[in-house]
Design a protein around this ligand. Structure first.
Ligand code: GRF
Length: 210
């Protein structure tokens, strides 16, 4: 087996996805080598502390200097992929350009439905029968990069946004490690700005309902 894919995970809060990503490292042959948070108080940093994963926190005020320090940390740890897991800041264009096709994000909706915030409430307000989460590549447009994978749940029985979010989060915890694993195994690849899965052009996201 090839050496594990080195990844950096960016968080802002609870970090339950980070916890799940760390738990599944050996199953999917990747390794979290850096955790980044824009909040020093982020609870999710505890997931990095216990296994001694280096972490880096910064106050985001859009200064070039900070961006440069962040990029320095990423190259010091030789990160090959950046994973946004509940990272609540929009990355500036110089950063997304510097890591083109190397940043992925998990978004709690079936994109292209409901980019942005309050996705659970919007799904309920629209009376959607199904809801879900999407893992996608990050580009300069909010929640609009190439989709890789999705998990789909029923909304039935969830009467408020919190219960729907809780139901979905369990699935996110499987979807995200699985998707990172697809990249780690070189099953998902970019060729001439188009995404491929197992050598076939990926026109629709992979559905993973485990
Ligand atoms: C998840 O629902 C994710 O889809 C969204 O923010 C939430 C983060 O949860 N982007 P956690 O911090 O991983 O617990």
């Amino acid at each position: 087996m090839s050496s594990p894919l080195k990844i950096a995970v960016f968080i802002s809060g609870t970090g339950s996805n980070l916890g799940s990503i760390i738990r599944n490292q050996s199953k999917y042959n990747y390794q979290v080598v850096l955790v980044v948070s824009n909040k020093e108080s982020a609870k999710g940093l505890d997931f990095a502390r216990e296994p001694n994963i280096p972490f880096y926190t910064f106050q985001w005020n859009k200064e070039d200097k900070e961006l440069w320090h962040l990029q320095e940390q990423i190259s010091l740890q030789q990160c090959e992929l950046i994973v946004l897991a509940g990272f609540m800041k929009i990355l500036p264009e110089p950063f997304t350009k510097a890591y083109k096709n190397k940043i992925i994000n998990i978004h709690p909706s079936l994109l292209p439905k409901y980019p942005g915030l309050h996705t659970h409430q919007r799904a309920l307000d629209n009376g959607d029968e199904f809801h879900g989460a999407t893992v996608h590549y990050v580009n300069e447009e909010l929640d609009a990069g190439q989709r890789i994978s999705q998990t789909i749940i029923e909304t039935k029985g969830c009467n408020d946004a919190d219960s729907l979010a809780t139901r979905l989060l369990v699935r996110e915890h499987s979807l995200f490690p699985y998707t990172i694993g697809l990249i780690a195994a070189n099953r998902v690849t970019w060729q001439n700005d188009e995404l491929y899965l197992d050598g076939e052009k990926l026109t629709e996201p992979v559905i993973f309902n485990e």
